[in-house]
Design a binder for this molecule. Structure first.
Ligand code: BMA
Length: 308
C-alpha cells in the first residue's frame, strides 16, 4: 500500500518579495491555522541580513495570500539575534500559541554548543490576535532541540508538546507552558535504521490532528542522503508516547525543480497540516526558499496511517 500527497497545481504559492529588505531571499516553513473562516499563515523569511523573521499572511482560499509588509516577530536579544525559525501556531482554549526556534549568539548549556557560534532554544509564545506575541520561554535550554509543536488540547489535564532531542521525537507535558520538567518528558520514536529514507533523523511537522483512531502526526525525516521526506504516525489519544502505527513508506519528497534546488537542496519541510473541509492542506518550505502546498483527503491519510 502506498500513499502520496498531491501538489496543488498553483504551487508554489508564496515566493520571496524582491522589494522587501527582510523577505527578499527566502520565505519558507510556514505555519497555517484556520480561524474565523480565514487561513492565517506565519512564515519564516530571510532578507538582506540573512536573519530569520516571522511574517504573517491571510487568505480566504489557502492559495492567494495577502501579507503584512512588516514581520510580526523579529529578534530582540542575544538569544534570538540570528533569527526566529519554523513557527507552528495552535489555538488551545481560545488562546493562540506559537512554538518556534530561537537562534542566537548566546548559549546557555554546559556542553559544547550544537550550532556554530551560538545556541538554539525551542520557544513558546502566546497571542490573543495572531499578530502581537508575548514570549513565554523555552521548553528546554542548552541542547539541540527543535521541531517542537503543541497538541491542540490538553491531554490528561495538561498541555502537551512533541519536541525533538536529536534524533528522536519526544513528548513533554506542562501545567502552564512555562515550566517544563525533565520527569514529564519521554522519547516516542526515532530513526528506523533498517528503513532507508528515515534512517538518520526524524522530527515532527504540524499540529497533530485528532481523529477517533488516534493523533495523526505528520513528520519529516532523512537518511545519509539528506533528502527530506514526509511520513505519518498515529499516536494514542490518551498517551501519545504509545505509537499505534507508523507507516513504512514516505508520503512526499522533493521532485519539482524548486524543491530539488533552492537555497538548501532537496528539502521539503512542513510545519502546517490544517484540515480544510475534508482535506488536509500540507504547507511546506521547498529548498528553504519558497512555499509549496500539497493536499490529500483526511480519510485517505488516516486509512494509510492505520493500515499502510
Ligand atoms: C532544519 C531547520 C529547518 C530547515 C531544514 C533544512 O534543521 O533548520 O528550518 O528547513 O533544517 O535546511
Amino acid at each position: 500500500m502506498t500513499f502520496r500527497l498531491q501538489r496543488h497545481p498553483q504551487s508554489p504559492i508564496l515566493l520571496p518579495t524582491l522589494a522587501s529588505e527582510w523577505e527578499c531571499y527566502n520565505v519558507f516553513n510556514p505555519s497555517v491555522i484556520v480561524h474565523n473562516g480565514l487561513l492565517h499563515m506565519h512564515y519564516r523569511a530571510q532578507g538582506l541580513d540573512w536573519v530569520s523573521r516571522i511574517g504573517y499572511a491571510v487568505s480566504t482560499d489557502g492559495i492567494q495570500w495577502n501579507r503584512l509588509q512588516q514581520p510580526v516577530l523579529a529578534p530582540t536579544d542575544a538569544t534570538d539575534s540570528r533569527g526566529l525559525e519554523d513557527p507552528r501556531v495552535v489555538a488551545i482554549e481560545g488562546i493562540f500559541y506559537m512554538t518556534y526556534t530561537a537562534y542566537g549568539r548566546a548559549y546557555s548549556g554546559t556542553g559544547k554548543p550544537t550550532h556554530a557560534g551560538g545556541g538554539i532554544l525551542p520557544m513558546v509564545a502566546r497571542s490573543h490576535n495572531l499578530l502581537t506575541w508575548e514570549r513565554l520561554g523555552p521548553i528546554v535550554r542548552g541542547e539541540d532541540n527543535k521541531d517542537h509543536v503543541l497538541f491542540p488540547r490538553k491531554i490528561q489535564g495538561r498541555y502537551a508538546a512533541l519536541h525533538r532531542r536529536w534524533p528522536h521525537v519526544w513528548l513533554a507535558y506542562s501545567d502552564d507552558l512555562i515550566s517544563w520538567h525533565e520527569e514529564d518528558m519521554a522519547p516516542i520514536y526515532g530513526p528506523r535504521l533498517d528503513n532507508g529514507w528515515d534512517s538518520k533523523s526524524v522530527g515532527s511537522n504540524g499540529v497533530p490532528i485528532e481523529t477517533p483512531h488516534g493523533w495523526l502526526c505528520l513528520n519529516h525525516a532523512y537518511a545519509e542522503d539528506r533528502i527530506y521526506r514526509f511520513g505519518v504516525a498515529l499516536l494514542d489519544l490518551d498517551d501519545p508516547t504509545k505509537v499505534i502505527r507508523r507507516a513504512k513508506a514516505p508520503i512526499f519528497w522533493p521532485e519539482e525543480l524548486w524543491e530539488i534546488k533552492g537555497d538548501v537542496p532537496n528539502v521539503v519541510f512542513s510545519n502546517a497540516n490544517p484540515v480544510v473541509g475534508e482535506e488536509v492542506y500540507v504547507y511546506y518550505g521547498a529548498g528553504d526558499h519558497v512555499i509549496g502546498l500539497a493536499t490529500c483527503r483526511l480519510d485517505a491519510l488516516l486509512g494509510y496511517a492505520r493500515f499502510g
